[in-house]
Design a protein around this ligand. Structure first.
Ligand code: SAH
Ligand code: SF4
Length: 364
C-alpha cells in the first residue's frame, strides 16, 4: 500500500526547507512553496507554476495541500457568525466557527474530533472522543477561515456595522484565533503548539501571540508546560465550580486534576509568565449562579492577576440546565468586583446555528 501523502500544512517553514532539500532541490523553492500555501492560497499544484516541474511532480505524488472541504456551511441570523462543517480525509468531520463582531475577526478552531473530558453541559463532551487532530488539520481550519474572509469581506451587514465597508478593508484577514472549538487543546498539546507555531510564522499567516487564546478544562501538566515553555498566549481555564465537589459535578476531569492542584498550576503560570490568566464560568441556574458561589470564586481567586469570563449556558441536546437571568450574571459580577476581580459576560452569538460555546458537535 502506498504511504499516506504528506500534508503540507503539517510542515513548519524550516521543515519545508528540509523536505525540499532532501529531494535535492534548492531551499529557494521551499520559500516559494510556503508563499503559495500562506500568501496566494493556491488550491492546486498546477498553479504553482514558478516551481520546477520536478518539484511539482513530486509534490503532486507525495503530498496534499491539506484543504478541508466544506460539508456544510451555516450563517447566524444576526450575520455575525458562520459555522463550517469540515471533512477530514478519514471521513470524520469537525466544526470551525468564524466570528465577526466588535470589529474583530476571529476563528474558533477545533483541536480534536470530539472530546474525552466529558463535561456534562457540553455537546462536544456528550459525543465522546474519537481522535486528536493533526497540526495540519488545525492549521487548515485557520487557513479556511482566512480564505473565506478574503473572498467575502465587505459583503455582509455585520461588516458594514463594524465599519469595514470601505474598499481598504476588502482584503480583511484573520487576526485572532481561539482554541475553543471541539476538543481539549492541552490534551493534544504537541499538535496544537506546532499548529500555532506555523500560524505565527511572520512570513506566513503572521498571527500575533496576543491574538491567540487557548481554553483548557484544567489539564494541570499542560498548564505547567505552557509556563515552562513560556508560551505567550492568552490562557483561559474553565472553572465552573469553586469547590472540588461542585466542580467535579460538572467537570469530570476534576477527578484527575483536583481544584487545589489546578489552582497551584495557575499560580505557577501567572508567576512564571508574569501575566494574567482568565477563568471561564458557565452560568447554570441553580447550579453555580448563587451569590454564595460568587463569593467562593472571589475568595478562591482573590489576589491573582485574573479575569473571569461568565458564559450563560448554551443549550445542548444532552443537558437540561438553563442559563438563568441576566440579573444573576450582573450580581455575580458585582460580587467579583468586590474581590478586585474584573469580569465580562460573554455575548450570546451564533446560538441559532449551534455555534455558541459548548454547542459544537458532529454526529459520528
Ligand atoms: N475544551 C476547552 C475549550 C472548549 S469549550 C475547555 O473546556 O475549556 C470553551 C468554553 O465553553 C469552556 O469554558 C467550556 O466549559 C464552555 N462551555 C462548554 N459547554 C457550554 C455550554 N453548553 N454553554 C456555555 N458554555 C459552555
Ligand atoms: Fe471537552 Fe471543553 Fe467540552 Fe469539556 S467543555 S467536554 S473539555 S470541549
Amino acid at each position: 500500500m502506498a504511504a499516506a501523502p504528506l500534508n503540507l500544512h503539517d510542515f513548519t517553514r524550516s521543515e519545508l526547507v528540509a523536505l525540499v532539500g532532501a529531494w535535492d532541490l534548492s531551499p529557494v523553492h521551499a520559500t516559494r512553496l510556503w508563499n503559495y500555501l500562506y500568501y496566494e492560497r493556491v488550491d492546486n499544484f498546477a498553479a504553482m507554476n514558478e516551481l520546477p516541474v520536478r518539484l511539482r511532480k513530486r509534490l503532486e505524488s507525495e503530498t496534499t495541500l491539506g484543504r478541508l472541504p466544506v460539508a456544510r456551511e451555516t450563517h447566524s441570523s444576526d450575520g455575525f457568525t458562520r459555522k463550517y462543517l469540515l471533512a477530514l480525509t478519514d471521513g470524520h468531520r469537525i466544526e470551525t466557527v468564524l466570528m465577526r463582531y466588535t470589529g474583530r475577526t476571529t476563528a474558533c478552531v477545533s483541536s480534536q474530533v470530539g472530546c474525552a473530558m466529558g463535561c456534562v453541559f457540553c455537546a462536544t463532551g456528550q459525543m465522546g472522543y474519537t481522535r486528536h487532530l493533526t497540526a495540519g488539520e488545525i492549521v487548515a481550519q485557520a487557513v479556511h477561515v482566512d480564505r473565506v474572509l478574503r473572498s467575502t469581506a465587505a459583503e455582509t451587514p455585520a461588516l458594514a456595522e463594524a465599519g469595514h465597508e470601505s474598499p481598504h478593508h476588502r482584503h480583511e484577514r484573520l487576526r485572532n484565533i481561539v482554541l475553543m472549538g471541539m476538543g481539549e487543546p492541552l490534551h493534544n498539546y504537541d499538535a496544537v503548539m506546532k499548529a500555532i507555531d506555523i500560524l505565527r510564522d511572520p512570513s506566513g499567516m503572521a498571527l500575533g501571540a496576543k491574538k491567540i487564546s487557548l481554553s483548557t478544562v484544567g489539564v494541570v501538566p499542560g498548564i505547567i508546560r505552557l509556563a515552562d515553555e513560556r508560551r505567550p498566549f492568552h490562557l483561559a481555564v474553565s472553572l465552573h465550580g469553586a469547590t472540588q465537589a461542585e466542580r467535579l459535578a460538572l467537570v469530570p476531569a476534576a477527578r484527575a486534576w483536583p481544584l487545589d492542584l489546578l489552582m497551584e498550576a495557575c499560580r505557577y503560570y501567572v508567576t512564571k509568565l508574569e501575566r494574567r490568566i482568565f477563568f471561564e464560568w458557565t452560568l447554570i441556574e441553580g447550579k453555580n449562579d448563587s451569590l454564595g458561589q460568587a463569593h467562593a470564586v472571589g475568595s478562591l481567586l482573590k489576589g491573582m492577576p485574573a479575569q473571569v469570563n461568565l458564559i450563560p449556558l448554551n443549550p445542548t441536546a444532552g443537558y437540561t440546565g438553563v442559563p438563568g437571568h441576566q440579573m444573576a450574571a450582573r450580581r455575580f459580577q458585582e460580587i467579583l468586583a468586590g474581590y478586585g476581580l474584573p469580569s465580562t459576560v460573554r455575548q450570546r452569538r451564533g446560538i441559532d446555528i449551534g455555534a455558541g460555546c459548548g454547542q459544537l458537535a458532529v454526529a459520528e
